[in-house]
Design a protein around this ligand. Sequence first.
Ligand code: SF4
Length: 379
Amino acid sequence: MTAPRKRARMITASPQTRHPEPPRADDAARPADAATPAASWQRELAQAIEDPRELCRLLQLDADLALPAGLAAQGFGLRVPRGYVARMRRGDPNDPLLRQVLPQAAELLAQVGYCADPLEEALSRRAPGLLHKYHGRALLLTTGACAVHCRYCFRREYPYGPLQGSWLADALRIIREDASIEEVILSGGDPLTLATARLARLTDELAEIAHVRRLRLHTRTPIVLPERVDESLCQWLGSLPWPVVLVLHANHARDVDGGVRGAMRRLRATGATLLNQAVLLAGVNDSVEALEELSEALWEAGILPYYLHLLDPVRGTAHFEVTEPRARELMASLAARLPGYLVPRLAREAAGEPAKRLIAPAPWSTERDVLHSPHSGEC
Ligand code: SF4
C-alpha cells in the first residue's frame, strides 16, 4: 500500500444495479414464513434512503454536500436504512457512521494502485456466484444486494447476477463434486437481504451434501437493520444441521445500539457463534479509543472481535486508507489496553495467497513484537 498517490484522474464507473429483490410468491413457502406478518424488515429495506438530498435534509447538513454525493453515487448508489441514519449525529458531516455511507467527491478520483478487483477474485471464480479462494471453504455469492452501501466496499464493482437457475445449479454441482469443500460461506452482497424461505431452500440443498460440515454467513444487515433478525430467521438458523457462524460487520461502537444488542441476543439463542470483522477506515475508527470502544461494544452485544482488515485498494476508496505502519501502532496500543479475546487480528487479503496475511497476529505481543512482526511485509 505504498504506491504513489500523486496522479489522479476522474473515474467513470458503470452504474450498478444492486437492489434487493422484491418479495416473491414462493418466499412464504414455509410455515414459519407464512406465520410472520409481511416481513417488516422488507418494508424497512424498501424505504432505505437512496437520495443524498434527503439524507442531508434529515441530518440537517449543508445542502451543498448533496451535489458531489449525487455525482459519486452514480457508479455505486447511496443506500442506508432509516434506522441506521437515526443513530447519526445531526449537523455533523464527519460523523463516523455517516462517513461509511455518504458518497464523496474523492471517490471520483482515480489513484495509482487502486483498481476494480485488487484481490483478483475473478481468478477464484469457479462458476458465476461461486468463489473458491481458500482450502476447504467456498463462498456462495447469493445476491448482489445489500441493506447498506458501504463506500469502502471491496466488491463495489463485482459483476453480480442472481444466484438462481443454472448459476445455482452449477455452483451446487461443483460443491457436490468437490469433497474438499467442508465449509460453505453464504456471502454476497448480503445473504440476509434474501427472504428466509430462499435461504432455507438453499440450505436444504447443501444439507444433502455429506462433506459440507460447517455453514458461515457474512452479513452486515443485522447491524444496520436489526429488524431482519425476526422469528422466521431465528427458526431457520436454529433448525440447521451444522454449527453456524455469523460473521457480522460493525466498524464503530455506535454501529452497535440497543436494537443491535437485542438482535444479537436472538441470534445467540439459536446457538450461532457471533464474530465481527471490521475494516480500519480513516475518519471512522482509526484511533485506539475508537477501536477500544468498538471491541467493548461488541463484547456487550455478545460478539467477539475477529478481524480488523486493512482497506482493500478498490478504486474510489483511497480516502479511507490507513497506512500499515499506523495500523500496527494502533494494534500495539490496543493490545496494551484490552484482554486478548477483545483484540481483533489485523489482516490484509492479498491476491493469490492461500490465507489472509496476518499483520498483528498475536494479541499478547508486546509493542516491540507487533512493530517488528515477521508477518508485517510491506506491499
Ligand atoms: S454490506 Fe458488505 S458487501 Fe455490502 S456494501 Fe457493505 S461491505 Fe460491501
